[in-house]
Design a protein around this ligand. Structure first.
Ligand code: ADP
Ligand code: MG
Length: 389
């Protein structure tokens, strides 16, 4: 059994700076940092104008940057062998493919939002596992944004942070082509230590929700089944939700009731809509249960959420079903798959003294089922994106 280390900001600051020097032979002016996230509850609700409750991970992406002469950017990553080189226009939608879209797309979107984006060298490193449903994509986007704004001396106040969320969403949806809903960027930018972030996509507000500390921890298990959000399954679910809302004559499923969705004639569309409408109630109920530290209720809500994603939304996998069931059997208060689905991770709320036992039980269950070993992370709720100078 092993836990993926988040490293420290000081360690990654050095690593990112050294990477920039070694790759581009230039000293860093500064380093942007942005965390990955785990969503506690509220899955696929963001693009339905709904509620989500993510937590920022201690695992984060770091981007070292320095201005350079000429017109071109150069962007490299410790996680990728290809270096991207191009001018601002080369980072526009449709012009950049692969991983670099997530980084270069941010420079393009910041420029579109009116920020200064002089040519820079950028070097990225991360402790967030890629493609594990823990939002390495928002982490790289927001880290690059922090670096570009930091190097150009922009004050990272709340107004700027809101623009960063918008720009990084544009990079992900328009440049990288992943039709995600904005939860990941919002929590990566606005998270606060020790808190979850309740985001309401009806009015784009976000509220800090204190998490009980000490006696319980959040155990994230990466199933090592890599999901790809640009692959079609995610977009298909989003289209189903839009079809359901249109059939009900509503602007979004946020406005629908359980009674409404049960009238939908198409069985698949009805099941998709049922997940969204019931999940929205579960987010509100989870906030209340956290406030009262009602662990039994949290367990029920997580179980119902997982079943809804497995049966109605059909985004779980056998590996995720196994880590969720095993976590609960081994003493977790509650567990569910988290993130967009089709692979990725599960999250469990576990009494602190049981976390090693729960992680070990999941390892044993995976081995017995013939699945590759999973990776575990402790999701100590961390602070939002910043510029390390
Ligand atoms: P998730 O956000 O759950 O990790 P996504 O599919 O949304 O999964 O995003 C993962 C993709 O983001 C990677 O395949 C890669 O293209 C890009 N990416 C994320 N982090 C990095 C990084 N540190 N370096 C290079 N590319 C990255
Ligand atoms: Mg992502």
């Amino acid at each position: 059994m092993s836990f993926v280390s988040p490293g420290t900001a000081a360690e990654y600051d050095v690593r990112a700076r050294q990477g920039l020097e070694a790759t581009f032979d230039t000293p860093a002016t500064g380093v942007g940092r942005a965390p990955g996230r785990v969503n506690l509850i509220g899955e696929h609700t963001d693009y339905n104008r709904g509620l989500v409750l993510p937590v920022a991970l201690p695992h984060a992406t770091y981007a070292a940057a320095a201005r350079r002469e000429g017109t071109r950017f150069r962007i490299a990553s410790a996680q990728q062998s290809e270096v991207w080189t191009g001018a601002l226009g080369d980072a526009a939608p449709g012009r950049v493919t692969g991983w670099a879209a997530y980084a270069a797309g941010v420079v393009w979107a910041l420029s579109e939002a009116g920020f200064q984006t002089p040519p820079m060298d950028v070097y990225i490193d991360t402790s967030v596992p890629l493609g594990a449903g823990l939002s390495s994509s928002a982490a790289i986007e927001c880290a690059v944004a922090m670096a570009v704004l930091g190097v150009t001396d922009v004050d990272l106040d709340d107004d700027v942070r809101r623009l960063v969320v918008e720009a990084t969403i544009r990079a992900e949806t328009e440049v990288a082509g992943a039709p995600t809903g904005g939860m990941d960027q919002t929590v990566s930018v606005f998270a606060a230590e020790g808190q979850a972030v309740l985001i309401d996509f009806d009015d784009d507000s976000h509220t800090a929700i204190p998490l009980p500390a000490d006696d319980h921890v959040l155990l994230v298990t990466d199933s090592r089944v890599t999901h790809t959000l640009v692959d079609g399954g995610y977009a298909a679910r989003r289209a189903d939700c839009e079809e359901a809302a249109a059939a009900l004559g509503l602007p979004s499923l946020r406005a629908a009731t359980v009674a409404d969705v049960e009238q939908l004639p198409d069985a698949r569309i009805r099941a998709r809509a049922r997940h969204i409408v019931t999940e929205l109630d579960r987010v509100t109920a989870t906030v209340a249960a956290l406030e009262h530290q009602d662990w039994a209720r949290l367990g029920e809500l997580f179980a119902a959420s997982h079943a809804s994603m497995r049966d109605d939304f059909e985004i779980s996998t056998p590996e995720l079903d196994l880590s969720v069931a095993t976590a609960v059997e081994a003493g977790a208060v509650g567990a569910r798959m988290t993130g967009g689905g089709f692979g990725g991770s599960s999250v469990a709320i576990v009494p602190t003294d049981r976390v090693d036992g729960v992680a070990r039980a999941i390892d044993v269950a995976y081995a017995a089922a013939g699945h590759p070993s999973p990776a575990h992370l402790l999701a100590t709720p961390s602070g939002g994106a910043n510029y390390l100078g």
